[in-house]
Design a protein. Structure first.
Length: 366
């Protein structure tokens, strides 16, 4: 009887210890492998992503909530750890739905702090960075706005049950959206609109470039110490998009470009004329390319968004397309053994982007 009592006591303490374990900073290989399996489950049921059913189901998490398709063809899941008080919020990547692609192609930039008028009943105020020059991808911002309203309700209900630790994740487009959602939630904590003892840990996977350098600074500062990652296969092209166009206007306010004109004007003729000519030749193409990008990937694409949401009001775009890689990057190096399994292809552009190659490379991490 005594031994039985001690065994019960030991098991009770052990279970309580498991349940009380908190998220730890730093990249965790096993955490990431589970998140890849969660991402696969999001697609295998509704989009037959690669139709690969050989990838096992998540081992430690149970699906609790799957949203309806919202925003620009988006979907998100809530998974709960079976033994620990940890929840996973996972945003689905791009699907075959044209609306899902619309989120990607709506690729002009907007300030990282502002307001979106999505309908008469839904105006979305957001603050993803306090830096006045920070800017982000407008399509993924629109998607995040719709997702965030549902996510906040679930975070509140989880918190009331004692869950205070949340892993934020998304593969592909889901990673691009999750960068912004992570920043949005972090700011709500700063403004005391979310409890201070909530802990978020972000794993973007195959995430594209979500914003400019000043947004990246903000995200990386907020997640420093091991609380935010982007995991990238070196053979995958998706983390290389959107197009990056850096102009003289993308630099800090104090830079060589603030004095270049004055320096040139101090030179004697004809050197002054020659330097002005060269300077215009070097700087004007970038400025013109940036304006064209905003014209087509902002003004033109916004008309398609307005067809979905007639009350949507296109925002004023930020005059930049200096998209940069963001977050602490975990590099999955495609080596000779990898290319034997996943050779380059001229017909299958997704060969290096789906879950299977990421899972293969991640399992090889030490």
């Amino acid at each position: 009887m005594k031994h039985t009592y001690l065994l019960i006591l030991f098991l009770s303490v052990f279970i309580l210890e498991l349940q009380s374990q908190k998220l730890k900073p730093g990249f965790d290989k096993q955490e990431y492998l589970e998140l890849l399996k969660i991402a696969q489950k999001q697609h295998i049921d509704v989009d037959k992503w690669k139709e690969n059913t050989s990838i096992p189901d998540p081992q430690f998490y149970t699906l609790v909530t799957r949203s309806k398709v919202i925003g620009l063809g988006n979907l998100w899941d809530l998974w709960i750890n079976k033994t620990r008080s940890i929840a996973v919020i996972s945003v689905r990547g791009t699907t075959a739905d044209p609306n899902s692609w619309l989120s990607n192609f709506y690729a002009a930039m907007v300030p990282a702090r502002g307001r979106l008028k999505l309908s008469k009943a839904f105006t979305f105020d957001y603050n993803l960075s306090a830096h006045p020059q920070a800017a982000v991808h407008v399509g993924w911002l629109v998607s995040m706005a719709f997702i965030s309203q549902e996510v906040l309700v679930k975070i509140d209900s989880c918190y009331k049950t004692g869950i205070k630790d949340f892993i934020l994740t998304g593969h592909s487009q889901g990673g691009g959206i999750m960068f912004l959602l992570s920043s949005y939630l972090d700011n709500l904590k700063t403004e005391n609109k979310l409890p201070a003892d909530i802990q978020f840990k972000t794993y973007c996977s195959a995430g594209p470039k979500p914003g400019n350098l000043y947004y990246a600074y903000t995200f990386e500062k907020a997640t420093e110490g091991g609380w935010g990652f982007n995991v990238v296969n070196t053979a995958d092209w998706v983390p290389e998009v959107p197009f990056s166009i850096q102009t003289k206007d993308d630099f800090n306010k104090t830079s060589i470009f603030t004095v270049t004109g004055k320096m040139i004007n101090k030179q004697k003729y004809p050197l002054r004329a020659g330097m002005k000519h060269i300077y215009r030749k070097l700087t004007k193409p970038g400025l013109k390319a940036q304006k064209n990008y905003t014209r087509y990937m902002g003004n033109m694409v916004s008309k398609s968004v307005k067809k979905l949401y007639p009350e949507f009001e296109a925002p004023v775009y930020y005059p930049s397309n200096n998209y940069v890689r963001t977050g602490n990057t975990i590099v999955l190096k495609a080596d000779e053994a990898y290319y034997k399994l996943f050779p380059n292809s001229e017909t299958n552009i997704w060969v290096h982007h789906f879950i299977e190659p990421y899972l293969f490379l991640a399992e090889g991490l030490k």
